[in-house]
Design a protein around this ligand. Structure first.
Ligand SMILES: [Zn+2]
Length: 106
């Protein structure tokens, strides 16, 4: 068993659950109701556990610091980002635009 098992089942959100007695390093499903009893992957014990969410306070690991490109016209996040062909494409309003502040290497 490894974290991959949990991730493949949709437990993709890293979270630290803290109470007076302990800290749990968890993977949970995005959108989990943290005030309920929910299933989570314990990354220390490498097993699924049930967390009584109301007993804990939660901290979430920062999502990867990846700049989200947004369409300058409609503000939609761009998934069709510039790679080799220099233009981002907004499939919401069909705008193609340069990635000005893209400091990635060629
Ligand atoms: Zn747009």
């Amino acid at each position: 068993m490894s974290d991959n098992v949990a991730i493949l089942e949709g437990f993709t959100q890293e979270a630290v659950a803290s109470c007076d007695a302990t800290d749990l390093y968890l993977l949970i499903k995005p959108g989990t109701d943290l005030d309920s009893a929910f299933r989570a992957w314990d990354t220390d014990e490498q097993e699924f556990i049930t967390v009584n969410g109301w007993l804990f306070t939660f901290e979430f690991a920062k999502p990867e610091t990846k700049t989200i490109v947004r369409c300058p016209r409609c503000g939609e996040p761009i998934w069709d980002v510039a790679k080799n062909s220099k233009l981002n494409k907004c499939w919401n309003c069909m705008l193609a635009f340069d990635s000005m502040e893209d400091d990635d290497n060629e």
